[in-house]
Design a protein around this ligand. Structure first.
Ligand code: FAD
Length: 404
């Protein structure tokens, strides 16, 4: 099947919906798009604006996640690399390939052999895909100096590894997916908040607040795709199971005045993590951190400790750089409550589904921007058993995404 087979007019709200998708981040927009493409009558609501939550505060990378190899997340890496390829094809105005440079110093924690093996494995997981090669350059290679920003610390610099991933504008990508869902017939409502939901004969009777007006809709199933709000929203749904135990982990970014060139620098930190310094609209975006967060998701902001950590990491590699912070922002990862540091916790999404007496509630925990489409397909694949199959309209792997 390719592209949109047939356009649907917007659904008559009085008939009720098959699905109410709550949350207009990348996951909610992706699920609304996939559900509408599969023929379900879908309403997508967002309390603020499309992508205003985590989905505009990410590192903006469409990537396999080289570092996830260290924690054995092989299936996520393989899937994410394939999604990178799909997004490069269906969203060429929103996703573009970008070179990544990893400087290797005499005192780097990861050895030459470890980097070589990791990149080899990364290439193997992405075999058959474009932008899948890597190179190693030494100081006497003719290209060495051309590759690097002249401010990069040369003392002890033994080699540079270069590999490829992709970059996007996360907010614009989210909007493009929302727009695609609408084109397929989903109803979209911004500044519309889920207040409560209770079981009804139809499935769920849901109270919404939109622009100072409260009203009700009916839906057979609710998809809770509210990112770091997932637990709070679950508590507003009568009869919902307890939310999965998760940690909210803040990640901060700073935007530094001036460009370091067209490559992303992958900089090893003292604590063994990695920080990216990325080209971003003529300046340089530097991130990220991992800080436990307990407050209201709407209020997360970079802390002084995080700002110092990012500034100092950058200064270590670019000692002469005059680090002027133009902007700063933070977002929240939803990670499982596992043992060990956040760096090694699973980054894949987890899906909790609960069906009773013909009504469903599906909640999404965590996940990557890069793999939003596969998460959406997994969720929509759960629907036919309970809601029946519909006549599909399109395949989201083939639908072009345009900046909306
Ligand atoms: C620091 C950081 C860096 C990251 N970098 C990358 C990266 O480079 N590449 C990558 O692939 N992934 C990355 N990720 C992961 C990715 O950004 C997230 O997985 C993704 O954006 C989460 O999207 P979401 O839709 O689940 O949540 P969100 O984008 O937070 O969306 C949830 C939405 O729900 C809405 N909402 C909440 N309550 C209600 C309610 N009651 N009614 C209506 N709406 C409601 C909120 O307003 C919000 O817009 C990063 C994450 C973080 C935190």
């Amino acid at each position: 099947m390719s592209g949109v087979l047939e356009r649907r007019s917007n659904v008559d709200q009085s008939q009720g919906f098959d699905l109410l998708v709550v949350g207009g981040g990348i996951q909610g927009c992706g699920i609304a798009q996939a559900a509408a493409a599969a023929g379900y009558r879908t309403l997508l609501i967002e309390q603020k604006d499309w992508g205003s939550g985590t989905s505009s505060r990410s590192s903006k990378l469409i990537h396999g996640g080289l570092r996830y190899l260290e924690s054995g997340q092989f299936s996520l890496v393989r899937r994410a690399l394939r999604e990178r390829q799909v997004l490069l094809q269906i969203a060429p105005k929103l996703v573009h390939p970008v070179p990544f440079l990893i400087p290797l110093y005499d005192d780097s924690k990861r050895s030459d052999m470890a980097l070589y093996t990791g990149l080899h494995l990364y290439r193997w997981f992405g075999r058959g895909l474009e932008h899948n090669d890597f190179d190693r350059f030494e100081p006497d290679d003719p290209e060495f100096d051309q590759l690097l920003h002249q401010g990069l610390e040369r003392q002890g610099l033994r080699a540079i590894y270069r590999y490829w991933d992709a970059q996007t504008d996360d907010r614009l990508l989210t909007r493009a997916v929302a727009y695609s869902a609408q084109t397929l017939g989903a109803q979209l409502k911004r500044r519309c908040e889920l207040l409560h939901a209770q079981p009804s004969d139809y499935g769920w009777r849901v109270d919404l607040a939109e622009g100072g007006r409260n009203y009700r809709i009916e839906a057979s199933a609710i998809i809770n795709a509210t990112g770091p709000w997932v637990g709070r929203v679950q508590q507003r749904i009568h009869g919902a199971p307890a939310p999965l135990p998760v940690s909210l982990v803040q990640g901060a970014h700073i935007l530094i005045e001036g460009s370091l060139g067209e490559s992303v620098y992958y900089l090893e930190t003292d604590d063994g993590r990695g920080v990216f310094a990325m080209p971003w609209q003529g300046d340089t975006l530097v991130g990220t951190t991992e800080t436990h967060y307990h407050g209201d998701p709407a209020e997360c902001e970079p802390t002084t400790v995080e700002l110092d950590y990012l500034r100092e990491t950058l200064k270590r590699y670019f000692p002469l750089l005059d680090v002027q912070i133009k902007q700063q922002f933070a977002g929240l990862r939803v990670l499982d409550n596992g043992d060990g540091g956040f760096f090694h916790r699973a980054r894949d999404s987890r899906i909790q589904q609960h069906w009773f007496e013909g009504r469903g509630l599906i909640s999404i925990y965590g996940g990557k921007l890069t793999t939003y489409r596969t998460t959406a397909l997994k969720v929509v694949g759960m629907l036919p058993e309970y809601l029946g199959k519909r006549r599909a309209l399109a395949d989201t792997a083939q639908l072009m995404l345009e900046p909306a």
